[in-house]
Design a protein around this ligand. Structure first.
Ligand code: GLN
Length: 293
């Protein structure tokens, strides 16, 4: 089997995947341990019999529904390649909207940042890679997730991040300038849970009671005791939850509550400030200057 023949297998995935071409390219790159460019510059390259066999096995598993990220063990997020396992959520492009907003809310000068439910470490590691002057902490209550995020941190050599185990605020102390979270937010009855990649992800990372809002509510309530004056709280949430999250934050006494969309055009993130921004201009002001890191 050569590369052209392997790529043609994408037709087999047309019923079961929304991205058959990209799936096949990722699986093939993984099997032959080459970049995507190689697929197009060396279409006549013959796979060894071991490679062809592995490719066929992975194709069958993909046909059965397993996420590509579980088959290759990696997923690109922001500018980083992250190791992924079935112990955590697979990083999504939607979540890059949260990273972008976090970088807008705080200046790249010294700040303390907390990421609750860090999973692979995607958010906290992306922020750490952009802002070496920040001191960041990623928390997860699943020990395999903590181990995975720590492994990603070490491989990416991000020394300004600490990954710790515990439930939400339990293992942390002190005050932060920014608290971010992509918590579980899917309603337990949502039919979406029976489709696509989410079937292979841990429910503990996906599902929350109270129409999916229970964890967002709990974090928002407790975060008030962990934010510096004018500090920001920033959530990812479901495409139809922005209004409810804004209401919840206003009800808890947060100010400057606002939402934004992800690249797919869904309302995806909501943020708010705690206390008076004027009291602490360093963290309250939206950063508009040139980014220096
Ligand atoms: N956005 C993801 C999905 O709908 C879920 C992520 C989450 O629950 N935090 O598949």
């Amino acid at each position: 089997m050569n590369i052209t023949q392997a790529l043609a297998c994408s037709s087999q995935l047309e019923q079961s995947s929304e991205s058959p071409q990209a799936d096949i390219e990722l699986l093939l790159c993984h099997v032959i341990e080459r970049s995507r460019t190689f697929l197009f510059t060396r279409p006549e390259y013959e796979l060894s019999s071991a490679q062809a066999q592995l490719f066929e096995q992975l194709l069958q598993r993909r046909l059965a529904g397993e996420p590509v990220a579980h088959l290759t063990g990696v997923r690109g997020f922001w500018t980083l390649d992250l190791e992924v396992t079935p112990a955590t959520l697979i990083p999504r492009p939607d979540t890059e909207a949260l990273v972008e907003k976090a970088l807008e809310l705080l200046a790249p000068t010294a700040a303390r940042v907390l990421d609750l439910g860090t999973g692979t470490g995607a958010i906290v590691l992306a922020l750490a890679s952009e802002c070496p002057a920040w001191k960041l902490v990623g928390v997860d209550r699943v020990s395999q997730a903590v181990q995975l995020a720590e492994k990603n941190r070490v491989r990416l050599q991000l020394h300004n991040v600490e990954i710790v185990e515990g439930s939400w605020f339990e293992p942390v102390a002190g005050k932060y300038d920014l608290i971010v979270s992509n918590p579980p937010y899917i309603d337990p009855e949502d039919p979406h849970l029976k489709q696509g990649d989410v079937r292979y992800e841990p429910l503990s990372a996906l599902v929350a009671e109270d129409n999916g809002l229970a964890d967002i509510r709990a974090i928002a309530g407790a975060a008030r005791g962990f934010l510096n004056p004018g500090g920001w709280l920033l959530f990812e949430h479901g495409y139809d939850q922005a209004g409810a999250v804004r209401e919840l934050l206003s009800g808890l006494g947060y100010q400057s509550v606002d939402s934004a969309q992800d690249l797919a055009g869904n309302d995806r993130i909501t943020w708010a400030a705690w206390g008076s921004p004027e009291a602490e201009p360093k963290v309250g002001d939206t950063f508009v200057g040139d980014r220096t890191c």
